[in-house]
Design a protein around this ligand. Structure first.
Ligand SMILES: Nc1ncnc2c1ncn2[C@@H]1O[C@H](COP(=O)(O)OP(=O)(O)OP(=O)(O)O)[C@@H](O)[C@H]1O
Ligand SMILES: [Mg+2]
Length: 533
């Protein structure tokens, strides 16, 4: 055999051998490739079916290539009905039956296919009849067809709705609140919110305030003050409540109580300044009027007391006047004597001077008692002095009414800060009530005692006790109310005025019945200096 023929045979044998070998191996190789492919497909299916979004892939004709489990669940479709190859129109028709599509399947799919053909990505939010809200994105893919994703945003939408509802609710409250409310952004201190009551209070429309600073809205002096206070608030970061007068842009000066605070970001940085204002102008005016009326009443009550005690006043005054007259007569007699007893004369003149001073003091005291005045003059004095003064004024009246008047004073001074005349008035009111309560008692048993004492370390106490009929237990509280009286000529104002006065000076007043009969009225006042001091 020639070499070439031999080589050809060899090659032919080798080719046949290779053929055989390949023929034996091919099924094995294809099974390995198949297995790999299946594995990849399985993984892909697992990934697709575990997506939180629904996903579909369509070819350029609108036929389904694949879809995941979530899509089928989301639109309540059946696995049997959704098969690769079914058209988008058929899918929409199925969804319509399930109530998860509301449009016209033909119209919708035609439009969609046209838009995809133009290479446009479509995005829309769709709300189904059952309340399911989905965001659908149809994205064209290379080589034709598209991928559609379906995201269920029902819960998110609900939260957004709730947040919007809450916001609206809050806005309605703020807008309709009868008190002015404003919000400024902390960085530039420009108004971002002013409610209706605020517009009325400042006399400026919202349009004129929003986006503006205080200097754009308020008179310069007021704006300067607001700016300083805002800076202080931002520095301290603590809510501030204060009362002051404010110069409004178009509503004059108003008295306000304002509460201001800062609202911070999550990172703790001040974001807004919020202010709530209470207009107390009217309340202040009413308070002023009431105070004025109370002063008038207090004065009227004093005049009434002076009327009752006029005989006492006259009696008090008569004593020094009588003494002056007697001394003047004695001096006249002495002047006729020869030789003149100058020493004696000097003594008489000194007595006249002393009695004149005493008369002057009584007139001053009565004048002071009847003095009118809205302003309360505060003095620091010994409470026992006021009691002593009242005792002198009552002395004659007590004798006239057959009452034994006694006074017991604390051994040490009881310094209080008040108006002395006011306190005398309280003591006189209590004392005259006590005398009234004893009017029908046996003349020998009528006893009225004024007493001063320490009450703890911080207060001084005055008590006025009588041996009269006492106060019915159920009336002990009520007798301090205005117009409560059991007397035919009484106004029922004495005790209510006494309480007003005592409360003005930070004290307390109350009544008790004494175990042995009669009543005791007490009041306490804070000491100007504590006992320890
Ligand atoms: N010491 C007392 N003992 C018994 N009852 C008293 C005593 N003090 C006051 N009351 C009762 O309290 C009532 C109210 O006293 P209040 O001083 O307010 O008015 P009033 O004395 O009746 O009238 P006004 O003070 O105008 O003369 C008296 O009418 C009386 O019934
Ligand atoms: Mg009275």
């Amino acid at each position: 055999m020639r070499a070439s023929a031999f080589n050809t045979r060899l090659l032919e044998n080798f080719r046949l051998w290779c053929h055989k070998l390949l023929a034996n191996m091919l099924p094995q190789l294809s099974s390995i490739a198949n297995e790999k492919l299946c594995e990849v497909n399985r993984r892909l299916d697992t990934a697709l079916n575990n997506m939180s979004q629904g996903l579909c892939m369509f070819d350029s004709e609108g036929r389904l290539v694949l879809c995941n489990e979530r899509y089928i669940q989301m639109y309540r479709l059946s696995h049997d009905a959704v098969k690769p190859g079914c058209t988008i129109r058929e899918l929409l028709a199925l969804r319509k039956v399930c109530g998860t599509f509301q449009g016209d399947p033909y119209e919708y799919s035609t439009n969609l296919l046209a838009r995809i053909a133009e290479g446009k990505t479509l995005r829309e939010t769709v709300e189904a009849l059952d309340g399911l809200v989905t965001v659908i994105v149809d994205r064209p893919i290379e080589g034709g067809g598209w991928v559609a994703t379906f995201e269920d945003v029902t819960a998110r939408r609900q939260l957004e709705h709730e947040r919007d509802r809450g916001q609206k609710f809050l806005n309605t409250i703020v807008e309709n609140a009868p008190i002015p409310i404003f919000v400024k952004e902390a960085s530039g201190l420009r108004y971002v919110l002013v409610n209706r009551a605020g517009e009325q209070f400042w006399g400026v429309s919202r349009a004129e305030m929003i986006g503006k600073t205080s200097h754009d809205v308020f008179p310069k002096e007021e704006a300067d003050l607001i700016a300083v206070r805002d800076q202080q608030l931002l520095r301290s970061d603590q809510p501030v409540v204060d009362e002051r007068e404010i110069q409004t842009p178009r509503n004059g000066i108003r008295s306000i109580v304002s509460r201001r605070l800062t609202v911070c970001d999550e990172d703790g940085k001040s974001r807004y300044v919020v202010g709530v204002i209470q207009d107390v102008t009217e309340r202040k005016l009413v308070e002023k009027r009431i105070a004025h009326m109370a002063h008038k009443l207090i004065h009227l009550n004093r005049t009434a007391i002076a009327g009752v005690l006029s005989a006492s006043f006259a009696h008090e005054l008569n004593q020094p006047l009588g003494a002056i007259l007697s001394n003047a007569e004695a001096a006249e007699v002495l002047l006729t004597a020869n030789p003149l007893n100058l020493c004696h004369l000097k003594e008489i003149i000194a007595d006249i001077r002393r009695d004149d001073q005493r008369a002057g003091e009584i007139i001053k005291q009565v004048g002071g008692f009847l003095k009118k005045g809205d302003e309360i003059e505060l003095q620091e004095f010994d409470l026992s002095d006021a009691v002593r003064c009242a005792f002198h004024l009552l002395d004659h009246e007590a004798v006239t009414r057959g009452v034994v008047l006694g006074v017991r004073q604390a051994k040490v001074a009881l310094p209080v800060r008040a108006n002395e005349v006011h306190l005398q008035q309280v003591i006189l009111n209590l004392a005259m009530n006590g005398m009234d309560a004893m009017a029908r008692c046996d003349p020998g048993s009528r006893k009225l005692t004024l007493e001063t004492a320490w009450a703890g370390d911080t207060d001084a106490e005055v008590s006025v006790s009588d041996s009269g009929i006492g106060v019915p237990a159920d009336k002990l509280e009520r007798i301090f109310d205005a117009l409560v009286t059991t007397k035919p000529q009484g106004t029922g104002l004495g005790l209510s005025i006494a309480r007003t006065i005592i409360e003005i000076y930070g004290g307390k007043i109350w009544a008790e019945n004494r175990p042995g009969g009669g009543a005791v009225f007490r009041f306490t006042l804070p000491l100007a200096k504590t006992r320890a001091a």
